[in-house]
Design a protein around this ligand. Sequence first.
Ligand SMILES: Cc1cc2nc3c(=O)[nH]c(=O)nc-3n(C[C@H](O)[C@H](O)[C@H](O)COP(=O)(O)OP(=O)(O)OC[C@H]3O[C@@H](n4cnc5c(N)ncnc54)[C@H](O)[C@@H]3O)c2cc1C
Length: 261
Amino acid sequence: MKFIVCLKQVPDTMDVKVDPVTKRIVREGVPSILNPYDYYALEECLRLKERYGGSTVAISMGPPQAEAVLKEAISLGIDEAYLLSDMAFAGSDTLATSYTLAQAIRKIGDFSIILCGREAMDGSTGQVGPELAEHLEIPVITYVSKIINVNENQIECVRLLEDHYETLKSPIPVVITVIKEINEPRLPSLKGMLRAKKTQIPVWTKQDIGGNDLQYGQDGSPTKVVEIWRPEIKKEGKIVKGEPEELAEAIYQELKKLGVA
Ligand SMILES: Cc1cc2nc3c(=O)[nH]c(=O)nc-3n(C[C@H](O)[C@H](O)[C@H](O)COP(=O)(O)OP(=O)(O)OC[C@H]3O[C@@H](n4cnc5c(N)ncnc54)[C@H](O)[C@@H]3O)c2cc1C
C-alpha cells in the first residue's frame, strides 16, 4: 500500500502581512514552518506504514523554500518527497491548489490513503482535502480521530462530529483529514536528520504533472479576494495590581464607571 501525506508550509507568525494590491499573504522574509495540523497527518502516515507495510510519500505545493517541510518529513522517516513549485501555481486558491496536488498524486500513482491536516493555520478553509478527493473521484473522510483498521479494500475509522463521534468504513483509495487527537507526533532521530540533509527533493513543475493549463494558478482560481483587513482593537485592557480586597474595590469602581454596578 502507498500512503501519501500533503504538507503545507505556513508563515510562523501571528502578525501576518497582506499585500494591499494583490490581497495575498506576504511570504517573503517571513519565517515559515510546517502547518501544525500536518504533523499529525505525517505521523499517521508513518504509523500506517509501520502497521501495514508499503511506502510513504510526502508532497507540498509552494515556493522553493517549502522544500524545508519535505526535508523535515524525510527526517521523520518518510520514504520519498516531491515539491510542486512553478510560477504557474502562484495565486492558487483552494480549488487550484487541490487540482495541482491531485495531478501530482496521479503521477505518483497506485495510492491507497491520502492524508491531510484538518486545516491550514493561515488559510484555514479546510477545503483542500475534500476538493482533492473530488478531483481524484474518490471518497473523503474529514476530522478523523482514530484509524481502527485498514485492509486492501477498505478503511475503518472514527471521525469527530459537532457533539459526537462516528465510526465508519469507506472503500480505498480514500482521502482523510486528521485532527490532533489522532496521535502524538514523534521527533526526528539523528539518523533521520542526516538522511534528510543528504536527500535531494525533486521539484515538479506544471509540465511534469500535466493536466489542463486553465486549472492552475490564478486562471484556475474562481475565488476573488475583494477586501482583506485586520480587525481594529478599539479598547486596550487595563491591568490592576494589588491585594485581593484592593482588586475587588478597583474592579467595582471600574464597573461603576461603566454603569454596570
Ligand atoms: C485568491 C487567492 C490567491 C491565493 N494566492 C496564493 C499564492 O499565490 N500563494 C500561496 O501560497 N497561497 C495563496 N493563496 C492561499 C492558498 O490558496 C491557500 O492557502 C491554499 O489553497 C490552501 O488553502 P487553506 O490554507 O485554506 O488550506 P486548508 O484547506 O485549510 O488545508 C487543509 C490541508 O490541506 C493540505 N494542504 C493545503 N495546502 C497545501 C499545499 N499548498 N501543499 C500541500 N498540502 C496542502 C494540508 O494537509 C492542510 O493541512 C491564495 C488564496 C486565494 C483565495
